[in-house]
Design a protein around this ligand. Structure first.
Ligand code: SF4
Length: 496
């Protein structure tokens, strides 16, 4: 397990990030094959879900190994490190932090174990009862259970480390037995893929807030956050891991059971922005949903203009839909410099002043003299759109009309998306006209909540829309028992 140098990633453009996802998870079980390289490509397909750290654990049935470090999947792994990860079972993870800081100690898969077995756990989502789980870990320690077996004593400050500690704290029980005891105690969003030396496991919270899908390879199985990752490793999509379902895969095949009744509330933001456009969620291709959101936007907020351009890449399908419905030509007016927004290089003042230009470069010949419709997926703090409108005007745009394929984000997400605090969200205190003035646009239109939901083709009561409505599907604890740094303030555990 290589030790990173404690590097922190920096936001080159403070306050100008869009919503960030919590992580990508990937699992493989292919007898007779070393699967680390395949897991690498699966993780590569999920890179958009987390860019802070990456890790892969493997097992050959006897020995479990893990390799993880800070950085992108392509920075963490090379031929040598992948060759060292032998075995036919793999669990992979790419991280964006929502509980616990962006440090090497908090990279996943998280390890725990004792002489009987080792577990490696990868988590997409965010638990909202971490404070309660920490108390449970303390209680178990007082009762003599071996909570030290996990990574907590090594400075891991994540909700995932608490779950890992609970899974392995009783050497008299199998992982499967402990999982069925522990999973019902968890609240919030969790799409887990985990393994011991012999078995690949997966579990999804009763609301199924984050996606998790099952795929079939010729000789094995794959589990992934998104169907696009199955496609890339050549696995055929079989089905969703159901909300409240626990799955185990070993040489006897696939076993499944329920640890909780399903109460589906899938995250609507996966359709708007988070998932890859080539992913399918609940039989709806995400690209199609986004194009339909653009068509709806055009009907709800028409405007006379010369050109529809997206904020690349996330605004592209909705811009296509807007152009189709409005009859206004579609064009590319901005070029994106992918992944530059987050770096391990400490930015200096000159670099910071470049602001949005580090991410987006305008095509002046396309924009000059045009009345533009600019389509984006969301407005969080408003800094990106303000800089964007200014940049387009400087590039010669005659008018800038901003259209957004989600309703105003007024509430924080506690289920694995890092938007901002409520006070930082621009739509919290301002109405649409105020936001329009604040970002300097000629006009601003957000899709309606009904329009967004209709575009997903999902029943309203099976979706979480809390960041737009403030109605949270899993009841939140008191404010002082929530937050990214909660466990940093309370750990290391004093359980000696
Ligand atoms: S609050 Fe918003 S981002 Fe978070 S799970 Fe619900 S819909 Fe998704």
């Amino acid at each position: 397990m290589p030790r990173g140098d404690g590097r922190l990633s920096h936001d080159l453009i403070p306050g100008e990030r869009g919503p960030q996802d919590a992580c990508g998870v990937f699992g493989l079980w292919v007898p007779g094959e070393d699967v680390a390289k395949l897991a690498y490509f699966g993780l590569y397909a999920l890179q958009h879900r987390g860019q802070e750290s990456a890790g892969i654990a493997t097992s050959d049935g006897h020995r479990l190994l893990v390799y993880k470090d800070m950085g992108l999947v392509s920075q963490v792994f090379d031929e040598r490190s992948l060759a060292s990860l032998t075995g036919h079972i793999a669990v992979g993870h790419c991280r964006y932090s929502t509980t616990g800081g962006s440090t090497w100690e908090n990279a996943q898969p998280t390890l725990g174990g004792h002489s009987g077995f080792t577990v490696a756990l990868a988590h997409n989502g965010n638990l909202i009862n971490s404070a309660e789980l920490r108390e449970l870990v303390m209680e178990r320690a007082a009762q003599g259970f071996d909570v030290h077996a996990g990574e907590l004593r090594r400075g891991n400050t994540t909700d995932t480390a608490l779950v890992t500690a609970l899974l392995v704290d009783d050497p008299t029980k199998t992982i499967e037995e402990r999982a069925l005891e522990v999973l019902p105690t968890l609240r919030g969003a969790f799409s887990f893929v985990f393994m011991d030396e012999h078995t690949l496991y997966a579990a999804r919270d009763p609301q199924g807030i984050r996606p998790l899908v099952l795929g079939r390879l010729d000789r094995g199985w794959a589990i992934a956050s998104e169907t696009a990752a199955l496609d890339i490793v050549g696995a055929a999509y079989i089905r969703e891991i159901e909300p409240g379902e626990f799955v185990a895969i070993d040489e006897n095949g696939l076993r499944s059971c329920r640890f909780a009744e399903a109460q589906p509330k899938g995250c609507v933001f996966e359709y708007v922005y988070l998932a890859r456009p080539d992913t399918t969620i609940n039989n709806r291709v995400v690209h199609e949903a986004r194009v339909e959101m653009g068509r709806t936007l055009a009907r709800e907020h028409p405007v006379e203009a010369d050109l529809v351009i997206p904020t690349p890449e996330s605004g592209t399908p909705a811009a296509i839909g807007y152009a189709q419905e409005s009859g206004i030509p579609y064009g590319q007016g901005l070029v994106k410099n992918a992944y530059v927004g987050r770096t391990f290089i400490q930015p200096n003042q000159t670099i910071r002043q470049l602001g949005i230009r580090l991410k987006l470069n305008p095509l002046r010949e396309v924009i000059k003299g045009k009345r533009l419709v600019v389509v984006d997926d969301s407005i969080v703090r408003g800094n990106t759109q303000r800089a964007l409108v200014r940049m387009l005007r400087e590039a010669g745009a005659a008018e800038v009309h901003v259209r957004i394929s989600s309703p105003p984000v007024r509430w924080p997400c506690f289920y694995g998306i890092d938007f901002a605090t409520r006070a930082e969200l621009i739509a919290t205190g301002l109405d649409v006209a105020d936001v329009c003035r604040s970002i300097g646009a000629d006009s601003l239109g957000y899709i309606s909540e009904d329009g967004m939901i209709a575009a997903t083709t999902q029943p309203r009561d099976r979706l979480c829309t809390a960041c737009f409505t403030g109605t949270y599907p899993v009841e939140l604890p008191a404010e002082d028992r929530l937050g990214k740094s909660l466990l940093e303030m309370q750990l290391p555990l004093d359980v000696s």
